[in-house]
Design a binder for this molecule. Sequence first.
Ligand code: 8YV
Length: 328
Amino acid sequence: MPNRKPRIIVTRKLPDVIETRMMELFDARLNLDDRPFTQADLIQAVKSCDVLVPTVTDRIDAAILSQAAPEMKLIASFGTGVDHIDLASARARGITVTNTPGVLTEDTADMAMALLLAVPRRLTEGERVLREGGWQGWSPSWMLGRRIWGKRLGIIGMGRIGQALARRARAFGLSIHYHNRNRVHESIERELEATYWESLDQMLARMDIVSVNCPHTPATYHLLSARRLALLQPHAYVINTSRGEVIDENALTRMLVKGQIAGAGLDVFEHEPAVNPKLLNLKNTVLLPHMGSATIEGRIDMGEKVIINIKTFVDGHTPPDRVIAGLL
Ligand code: 8YV
C-alpha cells in the first residue's frame, strides 16, 4: 500500500458515524446522495482507488475487474453475501475480498421468523383488508390461517443465520430439520433438537415450512429448482431471506398461482429490484424489499467491520473477514 492515506471509494450512502470515521482514517470518496453506481461509475472507481467498498447492488464482474488500477488490492464489501463479486477474477488479479459476517445474523433471523409467522397467519392480508375498509366484523370462519406450533421447519443452510432461526423457531413450537453441505456439530444438533437430512429431496417432501438460509454460490443456484419445488406438499410454505437466485422464482410463482403450495414469504428475488409481476397479485405471499439486515444497529456494525477490514489490510495484516486472498 502506498505511503499515504488509502484512497477508498464507497458506492452507497452509509450511516453518518461510519462515514465520519472513514473520512478520518482514509482518503474516502463517499456517495452522499446514494445514487446507485452505473457500470461506467464502477469502472471509473476501480481505476482510481486503492480500496472499493461496494454493496449487493454493485455487480463487480470480470469486465469491471479487468479495468482495476494496479493499486486496487482490496474489495471490502459492505454485506455478508459476496455473490455480486466475481471472486475468481478478483483472486487472479491479486485483489483480496472481505465481507461483514456475523453482525446481521440476528436481524436476518428475525426477518425470516417474521415471514414464517406472517404467511401462515395471513398477517399482511388481514392488515390490507382492514386498511381498505373491508372488515365487516369478527367471524368464526373468516381469515383462517394455519397453526405454527407443532409444524416441521426445514432449514436449507444451517450456518449462523440458519441456527439463529432454528433457536427462534423452537420457541414457537416448531420441530427443526435441516439440510446442509456438512452436518453441524452434534452439540448444536442436540441444543436445537435438529434432525439432519442428507437428502434435500427427502426433506422437502416432508416439511410444512421450508426456509432458505444458504448463500448463493454456483452450487446453490436454483437449488430449489422446479423439480425440487414439486416435491413440496400442497400445504407447505417457502421462506427466503437469503438470495433470490437459490430458488427458481418463475417455477415458484407458477406453483403459487396454481395453489400447488400454500404460500411464500420472500425478502429476496432473483432479479432484484425486479419482482415477478405475478407474485404481486397473490394473496398467499408476503413480499419484502430485501430488508433482512435493515436495522440501524446492523448497518453501523457492518460499517465498523468494513473499516476494520480495510485498516488491518492496509496495515499489512490479514483482515478478519477475508473471503479470498489475492493470488499475486
Ligand atoms: C445486505 C445481505 O443489506 O449482507 C448481505 O448479504 O443480503 C443484505 O442483508 C446487503 O448485502 C448489503 O450489501
